[in-house]
Design a protein around this ligand. Structure first.
Ligand code: C2E
Ligand code: CA
Ligand code: CA
Ligand code: CA
Length: 279
């Protein structure tokens, strides 16, 4: 699609040009939204299956886009942000908001209530991410043990710097979950390279679980692997009672999904924590 023009300049096809335009337009929109503080968090509760207790919640970013007048989901802007340096700014913003909220919840949540935050591998390459994390923990007073970072396998995370950052994060006392386990190419390498605390079984293994003996076997295998490695194993994307029953029978440690709870507003989760404390 790239060609030498008559003048010797490289010329691009209209399709490529409009792609570049779109990328630049989206980046400008993301920057504006960061400035205008249009990002906010919803929280999806995570449950311990043996007891049914809520043991934590995952922060999921949303964008209240004043231009389009809609609330945008991460899949519509995280990929653009990851192609630029903006993902670092988004991840830092999310971390600040999540830790401030988690610190507020300290007094009403049980000791084992852990807030999970997603971090892009690209952000983990940057020293600025680690420095920001240290600063946020200091500023909010959140005990590091109350925070978990969810990371995915991906090209960026292979870098020496990302792996170093992850071990420094572990040394702070923040825990690490390997997200979307089983969906990538080299999951097993990370199990040896990283000091992980938790494995999250990718949602795809839960789809059609009821009718797929093979998927059931894969999940059994992942649970056994996690147990062998001393990792807490969580399932995500639980949408049916049958899926939940299967996970309980297989002694999966925890789960999250629409069947138990969709991602909810801060206020709703706060009320649930208060009600639980009272009851
Ligand atoms: P993820 O980390 O795997 O997050 C789980 C996604 O699955 C969320 O979508 C959640 O709403 C959805 N989900 C939860 N339960 C169910 C279910 O039972 N069924 C189905 N079909 N879906 C369920 P969401 O919020 O749209 O997030 C999508 C992805 O965007 C996340 O996948 C994560 O990779 C990324 N993301 C979200 N927030 C952040 C963030 O703050 N920073 C970064 N870097 N990435 C984020
Ligand atoms: Ca996640
Ligand atoms: Ca996931
Ligand atoms: Ca994902």
């Amino acid at each position: 699609a790239k060609a030498e023009g008559r003048s010797g300049f490289v010329t691009y096809s209209p399709a490529i040009l409009s792609q570049i335009d779109a990328q630049l337009g989206e980046e400008a929109a993301i920057k504006r939204a960061l400035n205008d503080d249009e990002y906010f968090l919803v929280w999806q509760p995570q449950f311990e299956l043996a007891t049914g207790r809520m043991i934590g919640a995952e922060a999921l970013v949303r964008w209240r886009d004043r231009v389009s007048g809609t609330v945008r989901l991460p899949d519509s802007f995280i990929p653009t942000a990851e192609r630029s340096d903006l993902i670092l700014e988004i991840d830092k913003t999310v971390l600040s908001k999540a830790c401030a909220q988690a610190a507020h919840w300290m007094s009403i949540s049980a000791d084992d209530f852990v807030c999970a935050v997603n971090a892009s591998g690209k952000s983990l390459q940057e020293d600025a991410f680690f420095l920001h994390l240290v600063e946020v923990l200091r500023r909010t007073g959140l005990p590091p043990s109350r925070l978990q970072l969810e990371i995915t396998e991906g090209v960026f995370i292979h870098s020496r710097n990302a792996l170093d950052t992850l071990s420094k994060i572990r040394n702070l006392g923040v825990s690490l979950a390997l997200d979307d386990f089983g969906s990538g190419y080299s999951s097993f390498g990370y199990l040896a390279d990283l000091d992980l605390n938790r494995l999250k079984i990718d949602r795809s293994f839960l789809n059609d679980l009821e009718s797929s003996g093979k998927k059931q076997d894969v999940i059994r295998g992942i649970i056994a692997l996690a147990n062998t490695l001393g990792l807490v194993v969580m399932a995500e994307g639980v949408e049916t009672e049958a899926q939940l029953a299967f996970l309980i029978a297989e002694r999966c440690h925890g789960a999250q999904g629409f069947f138990m709870s969709e991602p909810i507003d801060v206020k709703v989760l706060t009320n649930q924590l208060i009600a639980r404390r009272g009851g």
